[in-house]
Design a protein around this ligand. Sequence first.
Ligand code: UDP
Ligand code: MG
Length: 317
Amino acid sequence: MSVELSVVVPVFNEEENLPELYRRLTAVLGTAASSWEILFVDDGSRDRSWEIIRGLAENDPRVRGLRFSRNFGHQMAFAAGLDHARGQAVVIMDADLQDPPELIPQLLAKHREGFEVVYAVRTARHGETFFKRLTAKLFYRLLARITSVQIPLDTGDFRLMGRRAVEAFRRLPERHRFTRGLVAWLGFPQTGVPYERAPRHAGTTKYPLRKMLRFAVDAITSFSHVPLQLATWLGFIVSGFAFFYILVVIALKFAGISWPGYTSIMAAILFLGGVQLVMVGLLGEYVGRIYDEVKHRPLYLVAEEAGSREQGSMRHT
Ligand code: UDP
Ligand code: MG
């Protein structure tokens, strides 16, 4: 059974936002599409989110829910949502109403013009700290410089994907997932629709600095080898300096100037030690990811479903 539009919503401890999200989504979807479903993916919430989702699914056959066996992360919730969505087009959006449901008709309109992927571009971000806005801005620009895939600037995961893009996306098996990069990698005609990102409706961010950093490192390592190549460039630069320095030392020796040398040796040791540790750490980041990939674990485990008869499924690659 297929519907015209699915809306996939990852949920992690969002009990205060779900009723309002449901209200605003149903109001918009009623006029936007002839048949639709909302698919909540509960990413191991510890509050009442799952009970609320189950309640919504019982009262409204257009609502379905998946519940992970634990917290697998936002990006895995997208993977699960796209695996289970039945829509000819699929919108993915956050549960906290920072992504306005009212933008969905515009995304659909662009899709009907022939764009396979329509992403929402944030022209302003309200209610987020200066630090978050600044780091996000710098991050997207750095990423654009060091990747070969054109990842649109200032774009979150809020987007619409057509069935062809969804099926292509489902063939990407990797474990460290940076959804916006992967979707860009797919190709197909893509376009953006501008919007202003609202503050959170309720609750606090589920992305503390630690998760944000992991997310950034996943993004960079998934789409760029530039950090690995840094070792080569640093090596050349350091060797260049060293060669010059050796000439200077020899010249001074001939001129009869020599000294105990503690300072220069310490400087060289500290500098080289630092560079080497950084590069070893970088290698570790990539090697760790290779290890995670070769283990071939499923991306996520579904413990429970609501509003659907299928039981406990998981994704094999
Ligand atoms: N989320 C999730 N799993 C997590 C963290 C977050 O499913 O481990 C969901 C969360 O419920 C929300 C979305 O991902 O729907 C975005 O999270 P949040 O709004 O906290 O991030 P921010 O907007 O602050 O970057
Ligand atoms: Mg948010």
